[in-house]
Write a protein that binds this ligand. Sequence first.
Ligand code: A5P
Length: 182
Amino acid sequence: MLVGLGSGSTAACFIDALGRRVADGLRITAVSSSIASADQARALGIDVVEQVDRVIDLTVDGADEIDPQLDLVKGLGGALLREKVVAAASARMVVVATEDKLVDRLGRGPMPVEVLPFLWETTAWRLDALKLRPVRRGGDASPFVSDNGNFILDCAVPRRRSAVRLAPVLEAIPESWVTACS
Ligand code: A5P
């Protein structure tokens, strides 16, 4: 199988378990959604590739929020863009999460939006105009930089707005990616 690896503490547990199976002789190839997960997997003897020539069979990842429709917010670990690319390239995705991730509506916590550093402030203005109160992760002193070299703007979903309906609005902004998705 070609297996997609998620990112974050829950995905790390899965990678550990997968590493034990590989040590027992399981033969799989993996694609990772972050450098941290790739490093962890390789240290466990898992073959990790960066290019694929077919659909990923199964991806296992965590989530930050899960609503009753199984829509998710992801990205508090900062790996949202690659997570979304890996998920979209997968035939099947399994989300592993503890009960505290279940919410009535998305937006209990921040909704991360990954943006290009180039003109990032203009992107922040657009998010601000949508009343999402974007805050650059890490602040001015030490901004968080993703594996893709991008910044993350943590947004607040207004109480009466739907994060799911906001997702396509955000994706229409040329410089941003978001992972509030079905
Ligand atoms: C990483 O960018 C995130 O999407 C994680 O998958 C998500 O935050 C879940 O992380 P934990 O398992 O650490 O809660």
